[in-house]
Write a protein that binds this ligand. Structure first.
Ligand code: AMP
Ligand code: GLY
Length: 424
């Protein structure tokens, strides 16, 4: 089978790593990929958002399956484009329809969907220029801190958590006035939930689902969950508090009603669902849906999948997921992200990266990297992900950090406390 994977981050590097191990795979193409993905397939200089170019590449390389790594093309309808274009209809697509992708593309839609299906989530109100007074009254009814979310896609930056009512009112106005462009034309105000977060992933064909390993992501840039939000500074899988009882609640209260809701509302969905959950005293609440895998969770999740990912994706794309079992490696995986100093604010690009060759007993997934001649250089905020296995979380973390310390570039930064909060 020939597979075309869309995306260019550490997540796609990890998916490519896993796909490349399948005996079912003839050739993997990644568009656009990064220098790390060339170890697993052929990079194509094609933007995932340029549907015509993706389609052309798919035909030229006799692609059998399209796997969409990132959310933008899904929200824009790439799956529909393939299903609706006669020349492309024979290509299996892993990724939901535009309607299904609203779960991530519109937080207002997602909240109302959860409400319709009785799925536990924070109380909320959707505000536009037409009901600002109602929005302010809702803010006044809440306890601080206040959670304001741009409804549309905002590259992970559209969530504000604000301590004072005055600031929340001011930010509500700023958002409606375009602080996040059209993404904040609608703002979702939410009740603040207190708990520990956890990312749960499934692969679904729209009827059945396969539960993938869960993970915990470390979003803040600084030690002790301090500082600015980032795309994610590290991850661990499994998550100790996500025990059998908790996961049973997640299945019954969240995963199954979500898939049943997609079905009953006729929202075609084949692909990954990422449930961003808050564990509130043992009860799971949905913080957000994503219609793709998480980054950097995927870097800890893929290495724990023992079965053939190509088989599972094919089953999802053809509606046969009920037949699939994937084994899960009982070991822990820990991932530490090396970022360019300054990230998530301004940072430098083009610095030489050394030391990857001297790493051992770990997997280095590349993200923001670029080859300049023979030299690997930094080319983004999140540069590399270093993932290691361990029989315990402690062992996995020790090995990941040992290797992180042998990789060098100017102003490299990493969080030194990944996993620490859940070690015991
Ligand atoms: P998101 O971009 O939706 O993942 O939100 C970014 C982060 O904001 C989440 O990972 C949570 O840490 C936090 N957050 C979002 N919604 C809430 C909420 N209702 N209560 C508490 N924290 C939240
Ligand atoms: N790690 C969170 C995300 O991928 O959205």
């Amino acid at each position: 089978m020939n597979i075309l994977l869309l995306g260019s981050g550490g997540r796609e590097c990890a998916i490519a790593w896993k796909l490349s191990q399948s005996p079912r795979l003839d050739h993997l193409y990644i568009a656009p990929g990064n220098p790390g993905t060339t170890a697993f397939g052929t990079n194509l200089p094609v933007s995932p958002n340029d549907f015509e170019a993706v389609a052309q590449a798919a035909l030229e390389h006799e692609i059998n399956m399209l796997v969409v790594g990132n959310e933008d093309p899904l929200v824009a309808g790439i799956a529909d484009h393939f299903h609706d274009t006669p020349l492309l209809q024979h290509i299996m697509v892993v990724g939901p329809s535009r309607l299904g992708a609203q779960l991530e593309g519109s937080k207002a839609f997602a909240k109302e969907f959860m409400q319709r299906h009785g799925i536990p989530t924070a109380a909320h109100l959707t505000v536009t220029h037409d009901n600002v007074a109602e929005g302010i009254a809702f803010l006044q009814s809440l306890q601080p801190p206040f959670v304001l979310k741009a409804s549309g896609l905002a590259a992970g930056k559209g969530v504000l958590i604000i301590d004072t009512l005055d600031e929340a009112k001011a930010q509500l106005t700023a958002m409606l006035d375009g602080k996040f462009g059209s993404a904040s034309q609608q703002v979702v105000i939410e009740q603040y939930l207190t708990g520990v977060e956890c990312s749960v992933f499934v692969l679904t064909d729209g009827h059945d689902y396969l539960l993938l390993p869960e993970a915990k992501d470390y979003k803040r840039v600084g030690v002790g969950d301090s500082g600015l939000n980032t795309g994610g500074m590290g991850s661990v899988s499994p998550v100790p508090f996500a025990d059998a009882d908790f996961m049973q609640r997640v299945r019954q209260r969240i995963i199954e009603p979500t898939i049943a809701g997609l079905q009953s509302e006729e929202l075609p969905y084949c692909g990954f669902i990422f449930f961003g959950l808050m564990n509130v005293d043992g009860d799971p609440y949905v913080i957000e849906y994503n219609v793709r895998m998480g980054d950097p969770e995927t870097q800890s999740v893929m290495p724990r999948i023992q079965g053939d990912l190509v088989d599972a994706l094919e089953a999802a794309a053809t509606g046969h997921l009920a037949d699939i079992n994937i084994g899960i490696d009982p070991r822990t995986c820990a991932t530490v992200i090396l970022t360019a100093g300054g990230y998530p604010e301004a940072y430098h690009k083009g610095d030489a990266i050394t030391g990857i060759d001297s790493t051992h007993d770990c997997i280095v997934f590349q993200a923001g990297t670029k080859l300049q001649g023979d030299m690997l250089t930094t080319n983004g905020g999140r540069v590399l992900a270093v993932t290691a296995y361990g029989d315990t979380m402690q062992d996995a973390l020790r090995l990941a950090y040992d290797n992180v310390r042998s990789i060098h570039f100017d102003n490299a930064y990493y969080r030194s406390d990944i996993g620490k909060d859940i070690l015991n």
